[in-house]
Design a protein around this ligand. Structure first.
Ligand SMILES: NC(=O)C1=CN([C@@H]2O[C@H](COP(=O)(O)OP(=O)(O)OC[C@H]3O[C@@H](n4cnc5c(N)ncnc54)[C@H](O)[C@@H]3O)[C@@H](O)[C@H]2O)C=CC1
Ligand SMILES: CCCCCC(=O)/C=C/C=C\C/C=C\C/C=C\CCCC(=O)O
Length: 257
């Protein structure tokens, strides 16, 4: 079954640039109203002005939000609802790769994302008199495999994967569908800053080869739109790599039944 994006309202966190910006653009092309949201106010306002010019002033707003701040997140949801009447779609995209500042990375990649999911449920769950909705979380292939030099980043994305899958178990009562997308390397500032020197597992030759196969932000936006529209695969992770056909990631069951 296909979920119709036209006329819906979407929040995308960390969307001033990179993958988040591209997701906003595709949501607008599909007819959604969009809340661009980021800590980077200047870039966020520029991105919003660009979209308003292309898609109409009334369909896009910028709301500053640092996902590590509870009051910012609450303000994001309440202002989005005040502007557009309801929130139907949330894309939790804000994320960093910074092993030195690993506590902040966990706050952004995990705690902020989980808090945003809880607010999405507060506002969208049919248990709370909402109309239901869709949440797509940005995980990574780093959430499905080990990483030598970015151990905490990998742990943060494993958490996104596990949290998203677990939401499936209560989807029947909330009517909020959760999925996550697990991309391989994407050509953005985050990937360019990825320092892979001094690895034993990945040689510099191999890293150059991997970087030669980077995905484009457009690929991830396409995958996110696919997930929002696909009503039949709730709770699943969607693997996006340049090396094989994009597909849902099937994790073997460890239960004896
Ligand atoms: N670039 C890549 O290779 C891959 C990226 N991802 C994930 O995709 C997501 C987006 O990454 P990119 O677009 O590549 O990164 P990016 O660095 O280009 O964009 C991230 C955006 O998040 C914003 N941000 C940072 N901290 C924030 C906070 N506390 N609150 C709100 N916004 C904040 C930044 O200002 C920036 O606009 C991240 O979750 C990342 O982990 C997943 C797989 C691969
Ligand atoms: C792995 C951190 C890169 C951050 C970007 C991201 O989220 C996804 C990247 C996807 C692929 C990275 C390329 C190859 C992965 C192979 C091995 C990972 C080992 C990483 C390490 O630090 O040793």
């Amino acid at each position: 079954m296909t979920y119709d994006i036209k006329g819906k309202t979407a929040i995308v966190t960390g969307s001033a640039r990179g993958i988040g910006k591209c997701i906003c653009s595709d949501l607008l092309k599909k007819g959604a109203n969009v809340v661009v949201s980021d800590t980077a106010e200047d870039v966020g306002n520029e991105t919003t002005a660009e979209f308003q010019k292309e898609f109409g002033e009334s369909r896009v707003v910028f709301i500053r939000c640092n996902v590590t701040k509870e009051e910012d997140l609450q303000n994001l949801y309440s202002k989005a609802i005040a502007t557009f009447g309801y929130v139907d779609i949330v894309v939790n995209n804000a994320g960093i790769l910074n092993e030195e500042n690993w506590k902040l990375m966990m706050e952004i990649n995990v705690t902020g994302l989980i808090r945003s999911c809880q607010l999405a449920l507060d506002n969208m769950s049919t248990k709370n008199k909402g109309k239901g909705g869709v949440v797509v979380n940005l995980a990574s292939v780093a959430g499905l495999m080990a990483g030598e030099g970015s151990k905490v980043y990998h742990a943060s994305k494993h958490a996104v994967y596990g949290y998203t899958r677990s939401q499936y178990l209560t989807q029947g009562t909330d009517n909020v569908r959760f999925n996550c997308v697990c991309p391989f390397l994407v050509d953005t500032a985050l990937a360019q800053d990825w320092d892979n020197s001094n690895r034993t597992f990945l040689t510099s030759d191999l890293i150059e080869k991997l970087k030669a196969h980077m995905l484009k932000t457009e690929d991830i936006a396409e995958a996110v739109i696919f997930l929002i529209e696909d009503e039949s695969n709730a709770g699943k992770a969607y693997l996006v790599t340049p090396f094989q056909k994009w597909d849902y990631y099937e994790q073997p069951s460890v239960l004896p039944f």
